[in-house]
Design a protein. Structure first.
Length: 218
């Protein structure tokens, strides 16, 4: 069973499902030729995809276009369904940083056929996680800057307040579609600047005052 580590605590939390939001930054939607959505685009990643900062991302042999996507990740602390804004806020128990690695060639092929994105999003090592900080120890302002560097060159850099749908809105919306359980993780979307990585590339991501992570593609 995969877990997430909590900063400054001898505690780990078992991960349930990972619910991801696509196209949550307008410029990212545009860079991939997509319309800016009027509600969150939601998909799932399995917990088997998880690795942690310091581990290796394995480039699948069945793709030629592996992309990085850096994201704020929400840790859910209680089970909710059809929640209002207040209950959605209360359900968020912590914050972390994640990479939603994506096989862009396979995603584009699936989109063109109207097929699900599963193969492009759910492969082993496609979800890289930092440690998490509890909400009781950090108050998210959305003025924080999220950053991704590849081989020391900045690829993605944006303020969280540029998200189209903010964390509470995301949780509230997802809870209208499905039960969100304690231990679930919600990837909140990636800013513009996504791009290809190849074996040997070193990735460094940071989320101001919250977390950072490092990994290498092999």
């Amino acid at each position: 069973m995969k877990t997430v580590k909590i900063k400054n605590r001898d505690k780990e939390i078992a991960v349930g499902k990972m619910i991801c939001v696509g196209r949550n930054y307008a410029e990212h939607a545009k860079e991939l030729g997509n319309e800016v959505p009027d509600k969150p685009v939601v998909f799932i990643k399995p917990s088997s995809a998880i690795i942690y900062s310091g581990e290796k991302i394995i480039h699948p042999r069945f793709s030629n276009n592996l992309h990085h996507e850096v994201e704020l990740v929400l840790l859910i602390g209680k089970t909710i369904k059809d929640a209002d804004a207040k209950s959605s806020e209360e359900a968020i128990t912590g914050y972390g940083l994640g990479l939603d690695m994506t096989l862009r060639d396979l995603q584009n092929e699936a989109k063109s056929k109207g097929d699900p994105w599963t193969v492009a999003k759910c492969f082993d090592t496609s979800a890289v996680l930092s440690d998490f900080i509890l909400k009781e120890n950090y108050s998210l302002t959305l003025n924080e800057e999220i950053l991704l560097e590849v081989n020391n060159k900045i690829r993605q850099k944006e303020k969280l307040n540029m998200m189209l749908f903010k964390p509470v809105q995301i949780v509230e919306y997802i809870s209208s579609l499905m039960t969100i359980e304690e231990g679930d993780l919600i990837f909140s979307g990636t800013p513009a600047g996504v791009g290809k990585v190849v074996p040997g590339d070193k990735l460094h991501a940071s989320l101001e005052s919250i977390a950072e992570l490092n990994c290498e593609v092999i």
